[in-house]
Design a protein around this ligand. Structure first.
Ligand code: NAI
Length: 336
């Protein structure tokens, strides 16, 4: 049997928290042979909901679940944790300006990053789910230094990646696992660039498969520009419109796959994650940007050397510009 892994979940009393806890305890994230200890971090208003979830976890009698602890103090909740899922965030309220939103979240992710830097395990890796996820990850990574290297912090774009795969599988009447090499570039926001340039379906370039089904290359490109890209980039809004509530189970699933691949590896397959840029593809070093990535079980590595044509480059650059503006805004607040 493997050693006990401490997993901390913030916002554990919220919707995504509720969807995450049971799957982690069931072994979906780290595999069926790794026992976990869960630490739930909430603010006082969310504590009762988290307590209720903890009672239900007990009622499942999961064999892999070796303890659940709750706290509203980051220094207690992150103590000794190897995996942190930072889900709790401040949502945009009515009339709230973007700068207010960034400031409110800096007030959450700064102290949490600092606590991770001080009390987490040496091998800690943290994924930020709470929005604005990329910039919240940047703030947390900056606050965790020098205790924890910045590249241990990532942000979730796996949900966007999976949404793109799901759209292609439907359009091409293929199984989702036949679609490979999709990439999400940029910010987890409506400016993101879901890219199929290097993607294949059953080994055939996606663009060729689309051209075949839609009656030519021009029709395939029009579908990508007018249907696929906006649908993936605005899928969160579509879910809210149809469901009457934001993405929860799919977001939790994306987070679980993000951590699983980061910890256990992708076996050579490419996925997408927002990681601290080292200047790859000309992205300013230090910002947390989504790239195509692989993992050998020891964190994500950006897939380098892919060609970006002029249209791809323009879309990617626009999303990176948004990330730079967010960074500049939080820097001006003194949050970095
Ligand atoms: P929710 O409102 O149901 O739950 C959030 C929970 O976080 C609440 O229980 C709240 O009390 C708690 N919380 C707030 N501040 C906290 C703090 N400082 N420390 C600990 N807990 C705190 O929201 P939901 O649906 O669970 O979504 C959570 C976040 O995930 C949101 O920011 C949402 O925008 C984001 N999200 C990100 C996605 C992605 O792909 N990156 C996809 C879907 C949602």
């Amino acid at each position: 049997a493997s050693a006990l892994t401490t997993v901390t979940i913030t916002g554990a009393g919220g919707q995504i928290g509720y969807a995450l806890l049971f799957r982690i305890a069931a072994g979906d994230m780290l595999g069926g042979d790794r026992p976990v200890r869960l630490r739930l971090l909430e603010i006082p208003q969310g504590m009762r909901a988290a307590e209720g979830a903890a009672l239900e976890l007990q009622d499942c009698a999961f064999p892999l679940l070796h303890g659940v602890e709750l706290s509203d103090d980051p220094r207690i909740a992150f103590e000794g944790c190897s995996i942190a899922l930072l889900v709790g965030a401040r949502p945009r309220g009515p009339g709230m300006e973007r700068a207010d939103l960034l400031a409110a979240n800096a007030g959450i992710f700064g102290p949490q990053g600092a606590a991770i830097g001080e009390v987490a395990a040496d091998d800690v890796r943290a994924v930020v789910v709470g929005n604005p996820a990329n910039t919240n990850a940047l703030i947390a990574a900056s606050a965790a230094t020098p205790g924890v290297p910045a590249d241990r912090f990532t942000a979730l774009t796996r949900l966007d990646h999976n949404r793109a795969v799901g759209q292609l599988a439907e359009a091409l009447d293929a199984r989702p696992d036949a679609v490979r090499g999709v990439a999400i570039w940029g910010n987890h926001s409506a400016t993101q660039y879901p890219d199929v340039t290097h993607a294949t379906v059953d080994g055939v370039p996606v663009i060729d498969a689309l051209a075949e089904r839609l009656g030519g290359r021009a029709a395939a490109e029009a579908w990508l520009d007018d249907v696929f890209i906006p649908r993936v980039a605005r899928r969160g809004a579509e879910i809210i419109e149809v469901r009457g509530s934001s993405s929860v189970a799919s977001a939790a699933h994306g987070a679980i796959e993000h951590v699983r691949d980061e910890q256990l590896g992708t076996a050579g397959a490419t996925t997408s994650a927002a990681v601290v840029s080292r200047g790859e593809y000309g992205v300013p070093a230090g910002i947390v940007c989504s790239f195509p990535v692989t993992s050998d079980g020891d964190g994500y590595r950006v897939v380098e050397g892919l060609e970006l044509d002029a249209r791809s480059r323009a879309r990617f650059d626009a999303s990176v510009a948004e990330l730079v503006a967010e960074r500049d805004a939080v820097e001006a607040l003194g949050a970095l």
